[in-house]
Design a binder for this molecule. Structure first.
Ligand code: SF4
Length: 299
């Protein structure tokens, strides 16, 4: 975009599209509840929005206030988080709730800097919570927003092209409207989720087509995947989730029983060594207890 007029037109086009096409989620309530925003933003890290839309009401029924959440035990949190993956997020969320209860009288802070000091709240989540809970004009940059801004800023030839973070931040600081920054970010996220997608952007039906230098430029694009550690062809993170889920449904298990239950096969010596490493890491993360070779959920 070259001028203030271009920026104004882009904003108008996007917000008009959002008014008729925005997604509806239980955490986008009016008036906004900062506690709900806090919980949903932590859930949304690594888990699909549609799944959170199902689970959030159940979670809020069990923990109706930040003080209820702050008082939950590790085992209670892991059971309540079942199926959402990355269980350590649940414990950090509980720890954040405890800190807010103790130091901020149970009120979720509005300052990005203060939010950043809470357990499990990184640069993205702190900006998102401040923006979506209180309308703070923070720069909210998740992977989808970075992709959309990159395509607006420059002509991207491949779908994997992403501008330098510093340049994206400067662009974002300019393009975010001075009012209703929360609505703006919801609109950018929804465009990224439904039209300006990672692998196959729908430029021909995009409301921003006339304002976007990358429109129709990525026909030959491919997307590279980062390799991640696996066991028997599946990511370790999936095995971690299965182990915790299995323990939340059953009593304690020996390592050998646990291996048989989650894989359906009998463990060899090298299998047991692998499982011991995974369980040891889960214990370090506070997600399981290990007594000798007996594994269970923490009390
Ligand atoms: S025109 Fe294409 S690349 Fe540009 S914002 Fe729309 S979908 Fe994304």
């Amino acid at each position: 975009m070259n001028s203030r007029k271009d920026t104004t037109n882009l904003r108008r086009r996007l917000l008009t599209w959002y008014a008729g096409n925005g997604r509806v989620f239980p955490w986008r309530t009016v008036p906004t509840d900062p506690y709900v925003v806090l919980v949903s933003e932590v859930m949304l890290q690594q888990t699909q929005a549609a799944r959170i839309a199902e689970r959030l009401p159940l979670f809020l029924a069990e923990f109706p206030s930040i003080r209820h959440l702050a008082a939950a035990s590790n085992g209670t949190m892991i059971r309540a988080w079942k199926g959402l993956g990355y269980n350590s997020r649940a414990l950090r969320l509980r720890d954040a709730a405890a800190m807010i209860t103790e130091h901020y009288d149970g009120i979720v802070p509005a300052s990005v800097q203060t939010l950043r000091t809470l357990p499990g709240i990184g640069p993205y989540a702190s900006a998102a919570i401040a923006c979506f809970a209180y309308g703070v004009r923070a720069v909210v940059l998740d992977v989808n927003v970075r992709r959309v801004y990159s395509r607006w800023m420059q002509r991207c030839e491949r779908t994997t092209d992403v501008a330098a973070l510093r340049d994206i931040e400067a662009f974002a600081a300019d393009v975010i409207p001075t009012r209703n920054a929360d609505t703006w970010h919801h609109a950018v996220m929804d465009l990224g989720a439904t039209i300006c997608t990672a692998r196959a952007p729908l430029c021909r039906t995009c409301p921003l087509q006339r304002h976007c230098p990358s429109a129709n430029a990525m026909a030959q694009a491919t997307r590279e995947r980062k390799a991640e550690p696996t066991f028997r062809g599946e990511p370790i993170r999936l095995w971690r989730g299965r182990i915790v889920k299995h323990l939340s449904d059953h009593d304690s298990r020996t390592l050998r029983q646990l291996f048989r239950d989650v894989t359906g096969t009998t463990a060899t010596a090298s299998d047991l060594a692998w499982l011991h490493t995974v369980v040891h890491k889960l214990r370090t993360d506070g997600l399981v207890s290990l007594d000798g070779d007996v594994v269970s959920l923490p009390g």
